[in-house]
Design a protein around this ligand. Structure first.
Ligand SMILES: C[S@@+](CC[C@H](N)C(=O)[O-])C[C@H]1O[C@@H](n2cnc3c(N)ncnc32)[C@H](O)[C@@H]1O
Length: 254
């Protein structure tokens, strides 16, 4: 059942928006003035007529975050974020340092992965991006699992012995000193990288620092269109977004 104060995703024909449910009327862009209190007590997945249309009431999913959250900085695709989490073993109870938070999409994915017992500490340099990320994280109800600090991920990280150090910043190699300091032995480093020359730089720098288990990859996904008369791949594949580099800190005689 939908409770007062929860975020509800309103879905109609692949269009979606989210709203906090309170016993009051609100203006929902794209729909109009709505008494959100009518959603309280409704079952998740049920439908409700709002204005001239009927919307399905869903729990917000992080995979859709880029469609309904405010974007300040260029965001990571959620499917790439979850791959980073997988390759950096970000699961229940882990402590993760991340930077920059940007719009908070990767922060949200990592926060979901660490569960109730884990924690994500994210560093963001820009004040406007910090506020966007914090507001997006609040909208997703994840603010108890992560802390977004204003600071430079290349200098200001105070956490030590962390399980993973994950970055999406323009010059990722500048954060490697900090990554070495913050990570525990065997801890995971992960970086989302826009271009191949940056990827090469990071990999070479990781090798110099004796990181092990280094892997780089690109993530591609092609949607399948299922119609009555046949099934075909989508013509609109997003051909390139960025690359991922991951590795682990080894403690050779340290
Ligand atoms: C591409 S965006 C990150 C997007 C984010 N991964 C997301 O999914 O929403 C890069 C962000 O890193 C921030 N940034 C750049 N250098 C930084 C640094 N040294 N420390 C902290 N934040 C930094 C920028 O201000 C920007 O907000």
């Amino acid at each position: 059942m939908i409770q007062k104060g929860e975020m509800v995703l309103l879905w109609k024909d692949d269009w979606m928006t989210i709203v906090r449910v309170d016993p009051e009327t609100k203006k929902i862009p794209g729909i109009g003035i709505v008494d959100t209190g009518r959603m309280i007590g409704k079952r998740w997945g049920s439908t409700l007529e709002l204005g001239r249309d009927c919307y399905t009431l869903l729990q917000p999913a992080v995979k859709d975050a880029e469609k309904f959250l405010k974007r300040g900085a260029q965001v990571i695709l959620p499917r790439v974020g979850i791959q980073i989490a997988l390759y950096c073993d970000v699961f229940c109870g882990k402590t993760v340092v991340e930077g920059g938070a940007g719009s908070g999409i990767l922060t949200a994915i990592l926060s979901k992965c660490v569960g109730k017992k884990g924690k994500v500490i994210s560093y963001e340099m820009r004040d406007d991006h910090l506020r966007t990320a914090q507001s997006n994280i609040r909208k997703l109800g994840l603010d108890d699992k992560c802390e977004i600090k204003q600071g430079d991920i290349t200098e200001d990280v105070t956490e030590r012995e962390v399980d993973a150090f994950i970055i999406d910043i323009p010059e990722p190699w500048t954060a490697l000193d900090m990554a070495e300091k913050a990570l525990k032995g065997g801890g995971f480093f992960g970086s989302y990288i826009p271009s191949t020359n940056q990827l090469e730089n990071v990999v070479k720098e990781l090798r110099k620092r004796k990181f092990i288990d280094i892997r780089s990859f690109e993530s591609l996904e092609r949607e399948m269109i299922v119609k009555e008369k046949g099934v075909r791949p989508s013509f609109d594949m997003l051909g390139h977004t960025g690359y991922v580099v991951v590795g682990r800190k080894a403690n050779f005689n340290r």
